[in-house]
Design a protein around this ligand. Structure first.
Ligand SMILES: Nc1ncnc2c1ncn2[C@@H]1O[C@H](COP(=O)(O)OP(=O)(O)OP(=O)(O)O)[C@@H](O)[C@H]1O
Ligand SMILES: [Mg+2]
Length: 368
């Protein structure tokens, strides 16, 4: 899977740029604030119609434009296709695949997969459970259109239920639909939990080995998917059992939820518990340990993607190699000999000499 051409119009500091890429390694270089990360962001945007840096599109649109347009030519499973996304300051974003309008971003699922690793990924280890949920959601959405659809349905129902829990005192009649919402939420959540449990199981089969390699066997990484307390190992349960457990948990929380005015039971609180040598990494890991663990997770995500699709997703490495010592840099570069890779680095980085990849130099939102 690779992208061979992108056209950016009004995207961040790119006013009108046409850029071609190599199928292998692409090094994006240039001074600070020239558009290296912006270019990576635009490539990753094609896989989910979402920025990895910010929610919503408003700040992505060039300050002097009313909209942005990304057009890309990609090759996946030996087939060529064109993706076009237009986002305006006002109105809904439009997504086209081979000229055909897509109702939602779920229409992009599985077409162009990317795995990104950037300095902020430290939060994957050190941040709240929300960071880890976003990680697995983004990864699974790329593989399973059904999951992406279930997730948007869940968000819709969750917001609706929250409104009921908040407003029921003023409007008592709202309570009559609460039970129905609980059933619908439990149904869509069981779909989500099945996918998350399976994906985390696969992640736990791959990431520890990579982490062992990077640390030369000196650290042991373990992962465990966590959902509502009554489900200890959701990967061992079937859909009906998961639905049942979710229903019981919602019933048990009904009065506390009504009292608190918020949803307390459900898949929106899921987490991946990450441990290094048996200790919870969120609390105990050092900076270097956390960075290495995050990298192991991302490279494992790439392997899962490969096992699933038969080809590697596009790997986007933003500014991360510069933070690794040369042994770890070489390890990463040696591990990613297959598939298309984008690496950003600052001007003058020795990486540009170490590689025989395609070098792209950006300056003020243009390629030189
Ligand atoms: N909506 C926008 N319109 C115009 N310019 C923008 C917009 N959003 C961001 N920029 C500008 O794009 C420039 C390049 O940002 P980018 O993050 O790509 O830099 P970079 O080359 O990765 O730099 P660094 O080496 O510091 O990471 C920044 O100066 C930023 O202010
Ligand atoms: Mg940058």
């Amino acid at each position: 899977m690779y992208i061979d051409h992108i056209h950016l119009d009004g995207y961040r500091n790119y006013q009108n740029a046409d850029i071609s890429f190599s199928e292998g390694i692409n090094i994006i270089t240039g001074g600070n604030a020239q558009g290296k990360t912006n270019l990576l962001e635009a490539i990753s945007y094609l896989s989910s119609a979402r920025s990895f840096r910010i929610r919503g599109d408003k700040s992505i649109i060039n300050l002097n434009s009313d909209n942005f347009r990304i057009k890309a030519h990609i090759v996946a499973q030996g087939r060529e296709s064109n993706i076009e996304i237009i986002s305006k300051r006002t109105g809904r974003k439009q997504i086209y695949v081979n000229g055909i309008w897509q109702k939602t971003s779920a229409g992009l699922s599985g077409r162009f997969n990317t795995v990104l690793f950037c300095p902020e990924d430290l939060q994957l280890i050190k941040g709240s459970a929300g960071e880890r949920r976003r990680f697995m959601d983004a990864a699974i959405c790329q593989l399973r259109p059904k999951y992406a659809a279930a997730l948007s349905e869940f968000t819709r129902l969750y917001e609706h239920k929250t409104r009921i829990l908040k407003d029921h005192r003023e409007k008592n009649s709202l309570l009559s639909v609460l039970d129905d919402f609980n059933i619908r939420i439990a149904k869509v959540s069981s779909e989500i939990i099945i996918h998350r449990a399976l994906w985390c199981k696969r992640l736990n089969e791959i990431a520890p080995a990579i982490h062992g390699d990077i640390t030369n066997g000196s650290e042991k990484l373990t992962l465990q998917y966590k959902t509502i307390k009554t489900m200890e190992d959701p990967s061992a349960l079937n859909r009906q059992q998961i639905f049942q457990a979710l229903m019981e948990d919602q019933i048990a929380h009904k009065f506390i939820e009504l009292d608190a005015g918020q949803c307390l039971s459900g898949a929106h609180k899921d987490n991946i518990m990450i441990c290094i040598d048996g200790n919870e990494a969120r609390i105990f890991a050092s900076q270097g340990q956390a960075r290495t663990a995050a990298l192991s997770l991302k490279l494992a995500e790439r392997e899962i993607n490969y096992n699933d699709c038969g080809e590697y997703p596009v790997l986007l490495l933003d500014d991360v190699l510069s933070e690794l010592d040369s042994v770890r840099q070489d390890f990463v570069l040696n591990r990613i000999t297959d598939g298309q890779v984008f690496i950003t680095c600052c001007e003058g980085s020795e990486l540009t000499e170490k590689t025989n990849g395609n070098i792209i130099t950006v300056k003020q939102g243009a390629i030189i």
